[in-house]
Design a protein around this ligand. Structure first.
Ligand code: GAR
Length: 208
């Protein structure tokens, strides 16, 4: 059984999608813990109600990014993860941290990377006149919102869309895309060659 630790900062709907798919589809994996940097994160209550171990490492309690990263790493490693899943985790992680979890840390980002790294991705896609938008699951490296791309989901940007409408359309796809990608990882289906991620069985790494 692969052990998955999920990091969140808030609502945790992607965390829920992964945890529910893991249980429902009988993955060779278990969600060993959900960890938040915000004590009030709604996702923490959801996980605790379902008997999933939870922890909070409050970034406000640490004087530097390095101290926070070290405390977070200690909390994570207590659960002996095979895979770290960032699900709406809104802190920038340092190079030591990303190196420690290299090749075993995934993130979902609400844009078609490498376009629109950072924040306000939906507003920026609308303002740029994009006709499609989407989400990306990628391995995490030291560079923010970069790293080998595991899978992408594409949605249309419709005339008159506001930020909330586009975000909701993308989020719906994230809830399919992220469980699919995490399942591939725990089933050992992913390999990285020269920075490109391939699925061993040739599955399309794309949802449209
Ligand atoms: C999701 O849309 C996720 O892609 C995004 O935050 C949202 C979290 O929602 N992540 C980022 O922007 C990371 N850079 P959730 O807490 O309901 O999963």
């Amino acid at each position: 059984m692969k052990r998955i630790v999920i990091l969140i900062s808030g609502r945790g709907s992607n965390m829920q999608a992964v945890a529910e798919a893991c249980a429902r589809e009988g993955w060779p994996a278990t969600v060993a813990a959900v960890i938040s940097n915000r004590p009030q994160a709604a996702g923490i209550a959801w996980a605790a109600e379902r008997g999933i171990p939870t922890a909070v490492v409050d970034h406000k309690a640490y004087g530097s990014r390095e101290a926070f990263d070290a405390a977070l790493q200690q909390a994570i490693d207590a659960f002996e993860p095979d895979l770290l899943v960032l699900a709406g985790f809104m802190r920038i992680l340092g190079a030591d941290f990303t190196r420690h979890y290299a090749g075993r840390m995934l993130n979902v980002h609400p844009s078609l990377l490498p376009a629109f790294t950072g924040l306000h991705t939906h507003r920026r896609a609308i303002e740029a006149g994009c006709k499609v938008a989407g989400a990306t699951v990628h391995f995490v490296t030291a560079e923010l919102d970069h790293g080998p791309i595991v899978a992408q989901a594409v949605v249309p940007v419709l005339p008159g869309d506001d930020e909330a409408q586009l975000a909701a359309r993308v989020l719906q796809q994230e809830h399919k895309l992220y469980p699919m990608a995490v399942r591939w990882f725990v089933e050992g289906q992913l390999r990285i060659e020269d920075g490109i991620v391939w699925h061993a069985g040739g599955a399309p790494q794309l949802l449209v």
